[in-house]
Each structure stands twice: as C-alpha cells, then as structure tokens.
Design a protein around this ligand. Structure first.
Ligand code: NAD
Ligand code: 2VS
Length: 486
C-alpha cells in the first residue's frame, strides 16, 4: 500500500530511502488557493546532492546493464501505479499548484503515466545506425547510456514535466539526480513512494528537493553529472548554460515562450474561438505553449474581439477543487505580484484592458488565495515590454494585421521561438506560414495536440535541443561509432 497522506515534512529520495536534508533545514510549502502553509520542503544543499550523486554512481553499472525488457517492466509498473492513484495524485497536484482538480485529473496525471509508458515501451524499439562502406568496412553506432544525469523541472506542470525528463533518462539506462520545483514539490515526493512500490532499484532515481541556487546549481556543477535536462525560465537557462557549457556537458534547455496565435479570416471561426480561449488561459495561462499574443486579420478583428470577450467573461475563477472553476489560483504570491505588475506595465505602455486586469477574492476557504481575472489587452505594438516579455499568467494581447507578411512580421518579433498556432482553412497558406514562423513547434487549426514521438523544443531564446521520442533517447545516450575494416 502506498501512503498518499501528506506528511508535515517532505523528504528527499536518495539511494532508495526517504530521508530529510542533511542541514535539517526546511522551506514552507504554500497552498496558493488558500495562501496557507501546509507542509515543509527540504531546503537541501550541496551535501545532499553529493549523496544523491554517490547513490546514482553506485547504481549505474547494474542499471545500465539491465536488459531493456526489465527496465520496461519496472517503468511500466510505475505508469500503472500512477494510473491507479490518479485521484490522490491529482488532488496533491491541485493543492500544491492551484490548478483546477479536473485539469490535474484530465491532463497532468494521465500525461505523467503516459510519459513512463511511452519511454518504457520506446526503449524496446530503440535502435542505432550502421553504415556500410562497400567492400571496405562496416560502421555500427552504439547508443550507450551516459551515466549520471541531472533533470530539473518547473512548477507549472509539475509531475507532467518532471516525468517527461526522468522517464527517457531511466529508460535509456542512466541513473538520475532530479530536482522538482521548490514551489510544487509534492507529486515528485509521492512519485518516490510509487517508485519504491514499483521496485525501482535503489539509487537509480534520486530526488533532491530545494531551491535553484541551493540544489539546482550543485546538480549542474557536479563533475560526475554529464548531462542536464532543464525546463524553466530563460534566465535560469542562461545561468545553467554558463556553468555547464565550459564543462562540456550535454544540455537540453526548454525555456520560455511568447507565442503567437495567428488567426486568418478564412478559419473555422467556432473551433478557433473555443481553442483560443484554452490556448490563452488554460492552467491560468501558465503553460509555456500558451498563445499569449493573439494576432487577428483585420477583416474579422471586431467580430473576434466581441466573441472572444464574451467567452472570456464567462470563465469562472475560483476554488480549484470545485468542478465549475475554469481557472484556479496562480502558483504563488511572488508570481501573483509579478503578473499583476505586468498588467500595470501594459497600462503604463498605453494598453487598454478589455477584460479582467484585477485580482479575484473568492469567499470562504480561498479568501487568502492568489487569483487573477483572465485579462485581455489591446492597443499595444509588437515592440513594447508587454508583447516582448513572457508574463506566464492569464494575460493575452490582441494585435491586428492585414497581410500575411504583416502577420509574419508580428509573429517573429521578439526573442522567443517556442511555439505558434495558425488558424486558416487555406492549406497552402498554412504550410507557407508554418515554414516561416520562427518557432520549434507549430500547430495548424489546433493547439497543444501532442504526439509524444515528435520533436519538442524551441529556437531563439526558447532553448536548445529537442525532447520527445527518439530525440529524447538520443539525448540521454552517447553515440559511439565502431568502424570495422572488412
Ligand atoms: N519550454 C518548455 O517546455 C517549458 C515548459 C514549462 C515551463 N517553461 C518555462 O518555465 C518558466 C516557469 O517556471 P519556473 O518559474 O519554475 O522557472 P525557473 O527557471 O525559475 O525554475 C525552474 C527550475 O529550475 C530551478 N532553478 C532555478 N534557478 C536555477 C539555477 N540557477 N540552477 C539550477 N536550477 C535552477 C528551479 O528551482 C526550478 O526547479 C517559464 O519561463 C516557462 O516558460 C518552459
Ligand atoms: O509549459 C510547458 C509545456 C510543456 C509541454 C511539454 O513539454 C509536452 O507537452 O511535452
């Protein structure tokens, strides 16, 4: 039986054991929907990372030599246990993060089990190349696990993104030192209990809780950790690259976005409208793929604006545990202040607030929580802070364009290049625009439709490297070519 009760103090998972931080220090963990502290998180440091690396190094020879079929079995058991305990995990995720419970149940937790299942099965099909030099030689390429790798994840999709890194790393035969966000550590802690129950050998996965500077940087700096997979802000990505690059570590950086949602007049208006409400405000706008810059063709601009505002005003913001709350709380007081500050900046820059713009104060249990109205801003050009900087909250802007060239110029303004959505029923235009938008992920007439086999990642300041499918398994392995003369 796995215990899903939340203890007063979360623990690290090192060498197969759940243990407190060596310093004995903890950080408050706040429920953002109520503003109340509900448990303590280890404030781990360099020594805890050292312990975790030691455990991972010790486990590596055996785990890397374990047949893929056996790695499949244990990772698949983890997937099954996540599914079996979906409700408890979803409740933990929503309590920790503030997102609606229905969203955790429908998206976050099912995706976490899918990540394990996908890479568990994937590793049994993973293969490498061979190149024949006619009559002369044959080259074959080995794909060997790297050793100990580091995985660092953010707070917006906590278990979803944590497992998206850990699963391919483990499937490929590596041992992992992982750090979830200190803002949302609970489901990673519960995952440790699941891994024990599933029979994951000790030391194969180690989870160290704590802050970016306290734990994350020590993972990045550790000489025995040969690859870092990081998802988070562009600023932290820069810092990580500055440490890891001179050490010649493999790096995968999934960073911020300021994604355009390009709406042409010939689109399926109803479908576009429904999806645009989601791509703007799902998870309180705290998804790196949210389309925060809505670009609309002039001829339908007014029609779109009226219909969109009508839908946005219907979105109920409130207690994440209530089934009719379309939006819950943003993740923390710090983030609440940041997003409210961005709304102020938009006003100072001359933007008009068409919807939202204010904090929401629900009655009862959530009176002390961090809730923000879905906010729509108009009247700002592409080069202001509001349209250049990632807000990562329930705030979108509207801009209009009259030609395809203008749409592209607006879409490509700025330094990010993560994703884009294109709405049109002209297939040639969809392909033409997709070719020219500067982003790593393009959706045509849909949003966040995910096939886990596809390469996932951004260009420009949105990161380097790709996750997903073979890309992830290639990232977590070293290619070694063997050339045999015939
Ligand atoms: N591209 C993607 O796939 C993707 C996905 C989700 C979130 N994000 C981005 O993440 C950001 C929001 O998440 P966040 O606020 O948790 O990001 P963050 O960069 O503050 O933190 C992410 C993680 O990195 C750790 N960290 C922070 N500083 C570090 C350092 N110097 N060294 C090592 N680790 C460090 C944090 O403790 C946390 O675990 C947004 O910018 C969002 O766009 C990107
Ligand atoms: O907030 C960022 C969302 C990232 C999503 C994925 O990495 C994914 O769907 O695989």
């Amino acid at each position: 039986m796995i215990d899903f009760a939340v203890p007063s103090h979360l623990e690290n998972y090192i060498g197969g054991y759940l243990i407190g931080p060596l310093s004995g220090k903890f950080i408050d963990n706040v429920n953002p929907a109520t503003g109340e502290v509900y448990c303590q998180i280890p404030d781990s440091g360099e020594k805890d990372v050292e312990l975790a690396v030691g455990a991972a190094k010790k486990a590596f020879p055996k785990w890397s030599a374990t047949p893929a079929e056996e790695r499949f079995l244990v990772l698949n058991r983890i997937a099954t246990l996540i599914d079996e305990h979906r409700d408890a995990l979803a409740e933990a995720e929503s309590t920790d993060n503030g997102k609606p419970l229905w969203l955790s149940k429908r998206v976050d937790i099912p995706r976490a089990s899918a990540n394990f299942r996908f890479f568990a099965t994937g590793i049994m099909h993973f293969s490498a190349d061979s190149h024949t030099m006619e009559q002369t030689a044959i080259n074959y390429t080995l794909r060997q696990p790297i050793g100990v790798v580091g995985c660092i994840s953010p707070w917006n999709l906590p278990l979803y993104l944590f497992t998206w890194k850990i699963a391919p790393a483990l499937a490929a035969g590596n041992c992992v030192v992982a750090k979830p966000s200190e803002v949302t550590p609970l489901t990673a802690f519960l995952l440790a209990r699941i891994c024990k129950e599933a029979g994951l050998p000790e030391g194969v996965l180690n989870i160290v809780h704590g802050t970016g500077p306290g734990v994350g940087e020590h993972i990045v700096k550790h000489p025995a950790i040969k690859a870092i997979s990081f998802t988070g802000s562009t600023r932290a990505g820069e810092r990580i690259a500055s440490i890891a690059a001179p050490m010649f570590k493999k790096l995968s950086l999934e960073l911020g976005g300021k994604n355009p949602n390009i709406i042409f007049a010939d689109c399926d208006f109803g479908k576009m409208l429904k999806t645009t409400v989601q791509s703007s405000f799902a998870n309180q706008g705290q998804i790196c793929l949210c389309g925060s810059r809505i670009l609309v063709e002039e001829s339908i601009y007014e029609k779109f604006k009226t219909a969109f505002l009508e839908e946005v005003k219907k979105l109920k913001v409130g207690d994440p545990m209530e089934a009719d709350s379309k939006q819950g709380a943003v993740v923390s007081k710090v983030h609440f202040d940041k997003v409210m500050g961005c709304i102020e900046t938009a006003k100072e820059e001359g933007g008009s607030t068409l919807a939202g713009g204010k904090a929401v104060k629900p009655e009862g249990r959530c009176a002390g929580g961090y809730f923000i109205e879905p906010t729509v801003i108009e009247g700002l050009g592409p080069h202001c802070r509001t349209n250049l900087e990632e807000i990562f909250g329930p705030v979108v802007t509207l801009q209009k364009f009259s030609t395809e060239e203008e749409a592209l110029a607006l879409a490509n303004a700025g330094h990010y290049g993560l994703s884009a959505t294109i709405w049109t029923s002209d297939v040639s235009r969809a392909n033409r625009v997709a070719m020219q938008v500067e982003a790593g992920i393009i959706w045509v007439n849909c949003w966040l439709l995910r096939d886990l086999r596809t390469p996932f990642g951004g260009i420009k300041n949105s990161g380097v490297g790709r996750e997903g499918g073979w890309e992830a398994l290639r990232f977590f392995t070293e290619a070694k070519n063997v050339c045999v003369q015939l």
